[in-house]
Design a protein around this ligand. Structure first.
Ligand code: P6P
Length: 335
Protein backbone atom coordinates (compact mmCIF):
# COMPACT_ATOMS: atom_id res chain seq x y z
CA UNK A 1 0.00 0.00 0.00
CA UNK A 2 1.40 3.40 -0.95
CA UNK A 3 1.41 5.82 1.96
CA UNK A 4 0.23 9.21 0.65
CA UNK A 5 2.89 11.94 0.91
CA UNK A 6 5.41 9.53 2.36
CA UNK A 7 8.85 11.13 2.65
CA UNK A 8 12.03 9.46 1.43
CA UNK A 9 13.18 9.11 5.03
CA UNK A 10 9.98 7.27 6.02
CA UNK A 11 10.21 5.13 2.87
CA UNK A 12 13.81 4.11 3.68
CA UNK A 13 12.83 3.11 7.22
CA UNK A 14 9.81 1.12 6.00
CA UNK A 15 11.85 -0.65 3.34
CA UNK A 16 14.85 -1.32 5.54
CA UNK A 17 12.52 -3.48 7.58
CA UNK A 18 12.13 -5.56 4.40
CA UNK A 19 15.82 -6.53 4.79
CA UNK A 20 15.82 -8.02 8.31
CA UNK A 21 19.56 -8.65 8.36
CA UNK A 22 20.47 -5.26 6.93
CA UNK A 23 22.79 -3.24 9.14
CA UNK A 24 21.26 0.02 8.00
CA UNK A 25 24.48 0.80 6.11
CA UNK A 26 22.71 0.95 2.77
CA UNK A 27 20.00 3.18 4.23
CA UNK A 28 22.63 5.55 5.58
CA UNK A 29 24.32 5.53 2.17
CA UNK A 30 21.07 6.44 0.37
CA UNK A 31 20.48 9.20 2.95
CA UNK A 32 23.94 10.64 2.23
CA UNK A 33 23.31 10.67 -1.50
CA UNK A 34 20.00 12.37 -0.76
CA UNK A 35 21.79 15.12 1.17
CA UNK A 36 24.46 15.66 -1.51
CA UNK A 37 21.72 15.79 -4.15
CA UNK A 38 20.01 18.66 -2.31
CA UNK A 39 23.28 20.59 -2.13
CA UNK A 40 24.00 20.09 -5.84
CA UNK A 41 20.39 20.91 -6.72
CA UNK A 42 20.74 24.25 -4.97
CA UNK A 43 23.73 25.15 -7.14
CA UNK A 44 22.27 23.76 -10.37
CA UNK A 45 19.12 25.78 -9.83
CA UNK A 46 20.99 29.04 -9.46
CA UNK A 47 23.73 28.31 -11.99
CA UNK A 48 22.49 31.14 -14.16
CA UNK A 49 22.76 33.62 -11.35
CA UNK A 50 26.26 33.23 -10.09
CA UNK A 51 29.57 32.89 -11.79
CA UNK A 52 29.43 29.10 -11.75
CA UNK A 53 28.60 28.74 -15.43
CA UNK A 54 31.10 28.03 -18.08
CA UNK A 55 34.17 25.90 -18.27
CA UNK A 56 36.30 25.11 -15.26
CA UNK A 57 39.23 25.28 -17.60
CA UNK A 58 40.26 21.65 -16.97
CA UNK A 59 39.43 18.47 -18.83
CA UNK A 60 38.57 15.04 -17.34
CA UNK A 61 39.88 11.59 -18.28
CA UNK A 62 37.30 11.50 -21.04
CA UNK A 63 39.04 14.52 -22.56
CA UNK A 64 35.80 16.44 -22.05
CA UNK A 65 35.84 20.07 -20.90
CA UNK A 66 34.88 20.10 -17.22
CA UNK A 67 32.07 22.53 -16.48
CA UNK A 68 32.34 24.21 -13.07
CA UNK A 69 29.18 22.42 -11.94
CA UNK A 70 30.72 19.07 -12.95
CA UNK A 71 33.57 19.72 -10.56
CA UNK A 72 31.28 21.09 -7.86
CA UNK A 73 28.92 18.12 -8.07
CA UNK A 74 31.82 15.66 -8.04
CA UNK A 75 33.42 17.25 -5.01
CA UNK A 76 30.07 17.49 -3.18
CA UNK A 77 29.16 13.82 -3.59
CA UNK A 78 32.68 12.62 -2.80
CA UNK A 79 33.08 14.82 0.30
CA UNK A 80 29.62 13.90 1.63
CA UNK A 81 30.40 10.19 1.33
CA UNK A 82 33.82 10.65 2.93
CA UNK A 83 32.45 12.77 5.81
CA UNK A 84 29.72 10.21 6.53
CA UNK A 85 32.28 7.35 6.43
CA UNK A 86 29.79 4.94 4.90
CA UNK A 87 31.69 3.60 1.89
CA UNK A 88 35.14 2.09 1.41
CA UNK A 89 35.69 3.38 -2.11
CA UNK A 90 34.38 5.72 -4.81
CA UNK A 91 34.80 5.80 -8.61
CA UNK A 92 33.69 8.81 -10.61
CA UNK A 93 33.54 9.83 -14.26
CA UNK A 94 35.46 12.94 -13.20
CA UNK A 95 38.33 11.06 -11.54
CA UNK A 96 41.00 9.16 -13.47
CA UNK A 97 41.24 6.43 -10.81
CA UNK A 98 39.07 5.18 -7.95
CA UNK A 99 39.32 6.72 -4.47
CA UNK A 100 40.18 4.55 -1.44
CA UNK A 101 38.53 5.64 1.82
CA UNK A 102 40.50 4.29 4.76
CA UNK A 103 38.56 5.94 7.59
CA UNK A 104 39.93 7.94 10.55
CA UNK A 105 41.72 4.93 12.10
CA UNK A 106 42.62 3.34 8.76
CA UNK A 107 40.22 0.52 9.61
CA UNK A 108 37.33 1.21 7.28
CA UNK A 109 34.84 -1.60 7.97
CA UNK A 110 32.31 -0.44 5.39
CA UNK A 111 31.29 -2.89 2.70
CA UNK A 112 29.90 -0.70 -0.11
CA UNK A 113 31.57 1.08 -3.02
CA UNK A 114 29.86 3.81 -5.07
CA UNK A 115 30.39 4.55 -8.76
CA UNK A 116 28.92 7.72 -10.19
CA UNK A 117 28.52 10.23 -12.95
CA UNK A 118 28.17 13.31 -10.75
CA UNK A 119 26.64 15.52 -13.42
CA UNK A 120 25.49 13.80 -16.60
CA UNK A 121 24.55 15.96 -19.57
CA UNK A 122 26.70 18.80 -18.30
CA UNK A 123 27.05 20.28 -21.79
CA UNK A 124 23.42 21.35 -21.29
CA UNK A 125 24.14 23.37 -18.15
CA UNK A 126 24.74 26.70 -19.87
CA UNK A 127 21.56 26.42 -21.91
CA UNK A 128 19.26 25.65 -18.99
CA UNK A 129 18.41 22.10 -20.03
CA UNK A 130 17.94 19.42 -17.35
CA UNK A 131 20.94 17.44 -16.19
CA UNK A 132 21.35 14.49 -13.83
CA UNK A 133 23.47 12.56 -11.36
CA UNK A 134 23.77 8.77 -11.73
CA UNK A 135 24.98 6.40 -9.00
CA UNK A 136 25.62 2.68 -8.69
CA UNK A 137 26.29 0.76 -5.45
CA UNK A 138 28.09 -2.58 -5.06
CA UNK A 139 29.18 -4.71 -2.12
CA UNK A 140 32.99 -4.93 -2.17
CA UNK A 141 34.47 -8.31 -3.18
CA UNK A 142 37.84 -7.93 -1.41
CA UNK A 143 38.21 -8.43 2.38
CA UNK A 144 36.55 -5.79 4.61
CA UNK A 145 39.11 -3.60 6.38
CA UNK A 146 41.63 -3.77 3.52
CA UNK A 147 42.13 -1.03 0.90
CA UNK A 148 39.75 -1.45 -2.05
CA UNK A 149 41.15 -2.68 -5.35
CA UNK A 150 40.02 -2.26 -8.96
CA UNK A 151 38.31 -5.67 -8.55
CA UNK A 152 35.75 -4.05 -6.22
CA UNK A 153 34.72 -1.68 -9.03
CA UNK A 154 35.01 -3.93 -12.10
CA UNK A 155 31.92 -5.95 -11.23
CA UNK A 156 29.16 -6.78 -13.73
CA UNK A 157 25.99 -4.73 -13.37
CA UNK A 158 24.07 -7.82 -12.22
CA UNK A 159 25.95 -7.52 -8.89
CA UNK A 160 24.60 -4.05 -8.13
CA UNK A 161 22.99 -3.66 -4.69
CA UNK A 162 21.30 -0.37 -5.58
CA UNK A 163 21.28 2.26 -8.35
CA UNK A 164 19.61 5.58 -8.90
CA UNK A 165 19.59 8.95 -10.53
CA UNK A 166 18.75 12.51 -9.59
CA UNK A 167 17.21 14.58 -12.37
CA UNK A 168 17.58 18.35 -11.99
CA UNK A 169 14.69 19.37 -14.22
CA UNK A 170 11.46 21.33 -13.93
CA UNK A 171 11.38 19.60 -10.58
CA UNK A 172 14.17 17.70 -8.87
CA UNK A 173 13.61 13.98 -8.50
CA UNK A 174 15.49 11.09 -6.94
CA UNK A 175 14.64 7.77 -8.62
CA UNK A 176 16.26 4.60 -7.29
CA UNK A 177 16.04 0.86 -6.83
CA UNK A 178 17.48 -1.58 -4.31
CA UNK A 179 16.26 -4.51 -6.38
CA UNK A 180 12.65 -4.36 -5.20
CA UNK A 181 11.14 -2.14 -7.90
CA UNK A 182 11.67 1.53 -8.73
CA UNK A 183 10.36 4.52 -6.81
CA UNK A 184 10.59 8.25 -7.55
CA UNK A 185 10.76 11.04 -5.00
CA UNK A 186 10.25 14.71 -5.76
CA UNK A 187 12.04 17.39 -3.77
CA UNK A 188 10.02 20.12 -2.13
CA UNK A 189 12.75 22.77 -2.12
CA UNK A 190 10.86 24.94 0.34
CA UNK A 191 10.98 22.17 2.96
CA UNK A 192 14.10 20.33 1.78
CA UNK A 193 12.11 17.07 1.91
CA UNK A 194 11.69 14.41 -0.77
CA UNK A 195 8.16 13.03 -1.25
CA UNK A 196 7.14 9.73 -2.85
CA UNK A 197 5.62 11.11 -6.06
CA UNK A 198 6.11 8.11 -8.40
CA UNK A 199 5.59 4.85 -6.47
CA UNK A 200 6.47 1.55 -8.13
CA UNK A 201 7.35 2.98 -11.59
CA UNK A 202 6.62 0.58 -14.46
CA UNK A 203 8.29 0.96 -17.87
CA UNK A 204 5.51 0.65 -20.53
CA UNK A 205 6.17 -2.45 -22.68
CA UNK A 206 5.49 -0.39 -25.79
CA UNK A 207 6.02 3.27 -26.55
CA UNK A 208 5.96 5.84 -29.32
CA UNK A 209 9.22 7.67 -28.62
CA UNK A 210 12.61 6.85 -30.07
CA UNK A 211 15.62 8.75 -28.76
CA UNK A 212 19.03 8.89 -30.39
CA UNK A 213 21.32 11.50 -31.93
CA UNK A 214 20.29 11.16 -35.57
CA UNK A 215 23.03 13.64 -36.45
CA UNK A 216 25.30 10.60 -36.28
CA UNK A 217 23.09 8.63 -38.72
CA UNK A 218 25.77 8.16 -41.38
CA UNK A 219 28.10 6.69 -38.75
CA UNK A 220 25.54 4.25 -37.29
CA UNK A 221 25.62 0.47 -37.80
CA UNK A 222 23.26 -0.68 -40.59
CA UNK A 223 20.94 -2.29 -38.02
CA UNK A 224 20.37 1.05 -36.30
CA UNK A 225 19.82 2.80 -39.64
CA UNK A 226 17.24 0.16 -40.58
CA UNK A 227 15.51 0.51 -37.18
CA UNK A 228 15.27 4.31 -37.57
CA UNK A 229 13.68 3.89 -41.02
CA UNK A 230 11.30 1.29 -39.51
CA UNK A 231 10.24 3.84 -36.88
CA UNK A 232 9.73 6.51 -39.54
CA UNK A 233 7.48 4.41 -41.82
CA UNK A 234 3.86 5.59 -41.92
CA UNK A 235 2.15 2.50 -40.47
CA UNK A 236 -0.68 2.05 -37.99
CA UNK A 237 1.56 0.28 -35.50
CA UNK A 238 4.20 2.99 -35.75
CA UNK A 239 2.90 6.26 -34.30
CA UNK A 240 6.48 7.15 -33.46
CA UNK A 241 7.95 10.51 -32.59
CA UNK A 242 11.62 11.41 -32.13
CA UNK A 243 12.64 13.01 -28.84
CA UNK A 244 16.29 13.60 -27.87
CA UNK A 245 17.42 15.97 -25.14
CA UNK A 246 21.10 15.03 -25.17
CA UNK A 247 20.96 14.36 -21.44
CA UNK A 248 20.62 10.62 -20.95
CA UNK A 249 18.98 10.79 -17.50
CA UNK A 250 16.26 13.08 -18.89
CA UNK A 251 15.74 11.04 -22.06
CA UNK A 252 15.46 7.75 -20.20
CA UNK A 253 13.32 9.22 -17.40
CA UNK A 254 10.82 10.58 -19.93
CA UNK A 255 10.76 7.28 -21.80
CA UNK A 256 10.25 5.33 -18.55
CA UNK A 257 7.16 7.41 -17.76
CA UNK A 258 5.72 7.57 -21.31
CA UNK A 259 7.22 4.53 -23.06
CA UNK A 260 10.07 4.66 -25.55
CA UNK A 261 13.55 3.55 -26.51
CA UNK A 262 16.90 5.30 -26.03
CA UNK A 263 19.81 4.23 -28.23
CA UNK A 264 23.41 5.35 -28.11
CA UNK A 265 25.04 2.78 -30.43
CA UNK A 266 28.58 2.23 -31.48
CA UNK A 267 29.51 4.12 -34.62
CA UNK A 268 32.32 4.54 -37.10
CA UNK A 269 33.40 7.44 -34.88
CA UNK A 270 33.23 5.53 -31.57
CA UNK A 271 33.65 1.78 -31.69
CA UNK A 272 31.95 1.23 -28.28
CA UNK A 273 29.63 4.21 -28.37
CA UNK A 274 29.97 7.10 -25.93
CA UNK A 275 28.30 6.05 -22.70
CA UNK A 276 30.31 4.56 -19.86
CA UNK A 277 29.40 1.06 -18.78
CA UNK A 278 30.09 1.26 -15.03
CA UNK A 279 28.46 4.52 -13.96
CA UNK A 280 26.00 5.30 -16.75
CA UNK A 281 24.80 2.14 -18.53
CA UNK A 282 24.77 -0.30 -15.59
CA UNK A 283 22.86 1.87 -13.08
CA UNK A 284 20.34 2.98 -15.70
CA UNK A 285 19.99 -0.65 -16.83
CA UNK A 286 19.30 -1.83 -13.25
CA UNK A 287 16.59 0.80 -12.84
CA UNK A 288 15.05 0.13 -16.27
CA UNK A 289 14.98 -3.64 -15.74
CA UNK A 290 13.52 -3.25 -12.25
CA UNK A 291 10.73 -1.19 -13.84
CA UNK A 292 10.08 -3.93 -16.43
CA UNK A 293 12.12 -2.51 -19.31
CA UNK A 294 15.17 -3.92 -21.11
CA UNK A 295 18.79 -2.77 -21.51
CA UNK A 296 21.36 -4.34 -23.85
CA UNK A 297 24.29 -3.37 -26.07
CA UNK A 298 22.18 -4.38 -29.05
CA UNK A 299 23.01 -8.05 -28.53
CA UNK A 300 23.92 -8.77 -24.87
CA UNK A 301 22.23 -7.79 -21.60
CA UNK A 302 24.18 -4.74 -20.37
CA UNK A 303 24.30 -6.00 -16.78
CA UNK A 304 25.93 -9.28 -17.84
CA UNK A 305 28.97 -7.58 -19.41
CA UNK A 306 32.14 -8.24 -17.41
CA UNK A 307 33.97 -4.89 -17.16
CA UNK A 308 37.73 -4.71 -17.80
CA UNK A 309 38.34 -0.96 -17.46
CA UNK A 310 36.95 1.67 -15.07
CA UNK A 311 35.94 4.11 -17.84
CA UNK A 312 35.09 1.67 -20.57
CA UNK A 313 32.19 2.51 -22.88
CA UNK A 314 29.36 0.36 -24.20
CA UNK A 315 26.72 0.68 -26.91
CA UNK A 316 23.37 1.21 -25.14
CA UNK A 317 19.84 0.15 -26.20
CA UNK A 318 17.45 0.83 -23.34
CA UNK A 319 13.72 1.18 -22.82
CA UNK A 320 10.35 -0.43 -23.48
CA UNK A 321 10.90 -4.16 -23.75
CA UNK A 322 9.07 -4.67 -27.06
CA UNK A 323 10.87 -1.71 -28.65
CA UNK A 324 14.31 -2.95 -27.57
CA UNK A 325 13.36 -6.42 -28.87
CA UNK A 326 12.46 -4.91 -32.25
CA UNK A 327 15.70 -2.89 -32.44
CA UNK A 328 17.66 -6.03 -31.57
CA UNK A 329 15.97 -7.87 -34.44
CA UNK A 330 17.51 -5.32 -36.82
CA UNK A 331 20.89 -5.59 -35.08
CA UNK A 332 20.81 -9.38 -35.33
CA UNK A 333 19.91 -9.19 -39.03
CA UNK A 334 22.11 -6.33 -40.19
CA UNK A 335 24.73 -5.82 -37.48
P1 P6P B 1 25.71 13.35 -27.98
C1 P6P B 1 25.91 13.75 -21.99
O1 P6P B 1 27.21 14.27 -22.29
C2 P6P B 1 25.91 12.29 -22.39
O2 P6P B 1 26.90 11.59 -21.72
C3 P6P B 1 24.54 11.68 -22.16
O3 P6P B 1 23.88 12.22 -21.07
C4 P6P B 1 23.81 11.96 -23.45
O4 P6P B 1 22.80 11.02 -23.74
C5 P6P B 1 24.94 11.89 -24.48
O5 P6P B 1 26.15 12.20 -23.80
C6 P6P B 1 24.74 12.87 -25.61
O6 P6P B 1 25.78 12.65 -26.53
O7 P6P B 1 26.87 12.72 -28.75
O8 P6P B 1 24.38 12.97 -28.59
O9 P6P B 1 25.84 14.83 -27.75
Amino acid sequence: MVKKNQTLGEFIIDNQAAFPYSSGELSRLIRSLRLAAKVVNHEVNKAGLVDILGLQGDTNIQGEDQQKLDVYANETFIQTLINREIVCGIASEENDDFITISGKNMDNQNKYVVLMDPLDGSSNIDVNVSVGTIFSIYRRVTPIGTPVTKEDFLQPGNKQVAAGYIIYGTSTMLVYTTGCGVNGFTLNPALGSWYLSHPDIKFPENGSIYSMNEGNYVHFPLGVKKYIKYCQEEKEDRPYTSRYIGSMVSDIHRNMIKGGIFIYPKSSKANNGKLRLLYECNPMAFIVEQAGGKATDGFTRIMDIQPTELHQRAPFFCGSKNMVDKAEEFMQKYG
